[in-house]
Ligand binder design. Sequence first.
Ligand code: NDP
Ligand code: BG6
Length: 483
Amino acid sequence: MVSRVIPVEPFDLVIFGGTGDLARRKILPGLYRRFQAGQMPPESRIIGAARGELTDADFRGMVAAAIAEFLPAAQQDAAVIEDFLTRLHYIPIDAKGDSGWPQLKALIRADVVQAFYFSVAPALFGDLAGRLTSWGIAGPEARIVVEKPFGRDLATAQALNATLAQHFSEGQIYRIDHYLGKETVQNLMAVRFANILFEPLWKSEYVDHVQITVAETVSVEGRGAYYDTSGAMRDMVQNHLMQLLCLIAMEPPYHFDPAAVRDEKLKVIRALDPVRPEDIVRGQYLASNGQGGYLEHSENPQSRTESYIALKCHISNWRWKGTPFYLRTGKRLRARASEIAITFKEPPHSIFDDAEGWRENVLVIRLQPDEGMNLKVMIKEPGPGGMRLVQVPLDMSFAEALGDAHGDVPDAYERLIMDVIRGNQTLFMRGDEVEAAWAWADPIIEGWEARGDRPQPYDAGSSGPEDALMLMHRDGRRWREIR
Ligand code: NDP
Ligand code: BG6
């Protein structure tokens, strides 16, 4: 199977924070990959902007080094890299001052797509938006790309939305949640809405419960200062897990377009019930095997920030009333494994005597690594001995099923940046969506802060705190193993 690459329109993309970690690890190598694939037209330009006094040549050298460091050797083509580097420019600029802005104004073209990527600390988003308009740099069709975190609660998200709205319309603002750019996350929508098979069963009448797991092996070492003000709830649940939940729970949009998809996601978030304190488990990893624990990585020996969270939530609408959604995510867990598991209910009546052999049907969508789908179904155990039942998986690895075409899928950032250039906001969060997600998360966080809850310790390399197991056990259910 050969993947189709449709070039986007020529563009000028300014990356504020073009020398930062995100730009070097994801954005710039990703753009090289799109150039290599033939999707970025050669007349396009990428302009790095930050306070550092770099020349174009310095910046190109930095990008070459980033490509060498962050992309596999097989993806590095010296001739293409050299060609790509000629499209790069750099302007020293201060988001908070006036230096660099006249040079940027002189460089930017009005007759190509203009995109401005805010890959800087959120405290600078307002300054950048203001200066782009006050200097007359951003044209009426210009797009801005805003990184996470988008606020740290409802009030700060509302303030940020209001600030950006003074300078740009909602149709120009692309709020990134890179989970929406992941191939398999988009596959969730394809699985649900391009097949008739699942939709009739996709409701509380047939679904016993849903588990959403994003397990990571990484620690917070090196980013403890940020993480300690955030924690797993703000860093992962309010955005990435919430987006996954929305894609699983939303009604079919009338069309795969930004307004329709985002309207349906918003309805899900608004229908979420408050989460009861007894339905939340927070954890913090302990030191093990010579590696530091959370408290050493956070630099705050008293920190109560959670590096793990598990919670049970309910959606109060006709489709989902009564079906619990269990969410969990954490750092320094046993394995890197992200998946969504939909467990179906028992058949209403069994015609077989082998009740013991019976297991629930489970549809597992593996997001990473080893993306694929697995549907567990019951069959007759082969051989004599009567009608004994056994559960077998219908297992599909996307890599095996799709071969080379899958091996070359763009990284989330590559896809999302190309969507910005195309002017397609479907995979970006709308302002009201972000606010609704905070409106749901805020009381949860305020609750544990008011109670003075401490996170429970868990061993690094384990599957999380004991109480998280109890969250499921007391409902007669169990988490799927993290492996
Ligand atoms: P870094 O601290 O690594 O980089 C910050 C960049 O901003 C540098 O290029 C810095 O260069 C520039 N900068 C700082 N102050 C100014 C200023 N006043 N004017 C112009 N440029 C300035 O941050 P990251 O790259 O890690 O993160 C960037 C954004 O992306 C943040 O919002 C972060 O939350 C978000 N993000 C990052 C992720 C990651 O993996 N790194 C993941 C998800 C989101 P200089 O000092 O020379 O000005
Ligand atoms: C980021 C979080 O948004 O997502 C990180 O800030 C987390 O803490 C990362 O590690 C996970 O992304 P991925 O793509 O590796 O699953």
